[in-house]
Design a binder for this molecule. Structure first.
Ligand SMILES: [Fe+2]
Length: 350
């Protein structure tokens, strides 16, 4: 589709008129209309990009000696999309991914912030996250939530560095002028039962009884254990038909809603020899390979991925996941479908 008439350029307006518009804090919208609403398809800035963990791991470890915790607050290497302005510190226009490391004996200061966050543990054990004084153990593959404005800190009681992936929605919060952080004091004691949510929701289909007049909490379960997710994927793969994707979505066990309000998390098992094309949709997506080897084809370009590699995918991209190995591949998918849906921006192309 093309415009019948070309829109007037700002240079075609008299200089004095433009100056008067500037002075009044207005502009001639018709001269910039196609910048904000191009015909037929959006102006996409974000680029499909792969981050290799093998390449980044030594840089993450080196940061341990380059910056002490008190000078970093959080020791994070941000995955910045090369198509987006660096100061946005964004992996996609709405999602941030970044590697974080905590050294043995360290504690990262307590704080809370507007952006929602989740951690996906990459390697190491003996670390923990506290959320509102609930101590959550961090084992490889676990997803741990620190929802907006909930106090949280991290510590490492193990003998080796612990590395995890931070996932945040500050790329959405910053342009909305609401992103801020508050420092707090480190908790001296914790709720006695660690991982209490994991106990209360240990039986699928059973939730704490709250009665008809009590609203279920937004974040009743904050640690999603990878050993259980992996086991569920393996069991599902046993019974799923070959043409059915093995794809499980993380959810609030009491409401079925997304585990964070802005982002959806889901886990996939891609069988040996399986090739699966995803629906083309307006969602921004990021993939983190949790195990095995996977080829992720985005708009015709193939990214060969090993464990812990990350690939981000622009809106409306065509994506095919292909496992050419002889072992199952495991993938964590984070996307902004909840945001897109709430805003009325979500669509799928057929
Ligand atoms: Fe934080």
């Amino acid at each position: 589709m093309s415009d019948v008439h070309s829109l007037q350029r700002v240079e075609e307006l008299p200089t004095d008129y433009r100056a008067d518009l500037d002075a009044g804090n207005v502009l001639a919208a018709w001269t910039l209309l196609r910048a904000v609403m191009p015909v037929g398809k959006p102006n996409q800035q974000a680029l499909a990009t792969k981050w290799s963990y093998k390449h980044l791991r030594p840089l993450m470890l080196r940061a341990g000696s380059l910056v002490p915790m008190e000078r970093a607050e959080r020791r994070v290497l941000a995955y910045v999309n090369p198509g987006l302005p660096r100061e946005r510190m964004a992996t996609t226009p709405s999602i941030f991914f970044g590697l974080q490391m905590i050294m043995p004996g360290e504690r990262a200061p307590n704080h809370k912030h507007i952006p929602a966050a989740a951690r996906v543990i990459i390697e190491g054990s003996g670390a923990y996250t506290t959320v509102d004084d609930e101590k959550l153990h961090m084992e490889p593959g676990d997803v741990i939530l620190t929802p907006p404005l909930h106090w949280h800190d991290h510590g490492n009681e193990g003998k080796k560095p612990v590395i995890w992936m931070d996932v945040l929605d500050h790329p959405l919060a910053v342009p909305m002028d609401v992103s801020y952080i508050l420092p707090g004091a480190l908790a001296e004691s914790y709720i006695e039962q660690p991982d209490s949510g994991d106990t209360w929701f240990s039986c699928p289909g059973l939730v704490p009884y709250r009665g008809p007049n009590r609203r279920p909490p937004d974040y009743p379960l904050r640690r999603f254990r990878w050993d259980r997710v992996r086991g569920a994927l393996m069991a599902s793969a046993e019974v799923a038909s070959r043409d059915e994707p093995v794809h499980l979505r993380y959810c609030n066990p009491e409401t079925g809603k997304s585990i964070l309000k802005t982002m959806d998390f889901s886990a996939r098992l891609v069988r040996p020899g399986e090739s699966r094309s995803m629906v083309r949709a307006s969602a921004n997506r990021v993939f983190l390979v949790m195990g095995g080897r996977l080829e992720i084809e985005v708009n015709g370009a193939t990214h060969v991925c090993e464990q812990h590699d990350t690939v981000c995918v622009p809106t409306y991209a065509s994506v095919t996941l292909q496992n050419t190995s002889s072992a199952p591949a495991f993938l964590l998918q984070v996307d902004d479908t909840p945001t897109m849906t709430k805003l009325g921006f979500y669509e799928e192309l057929t």
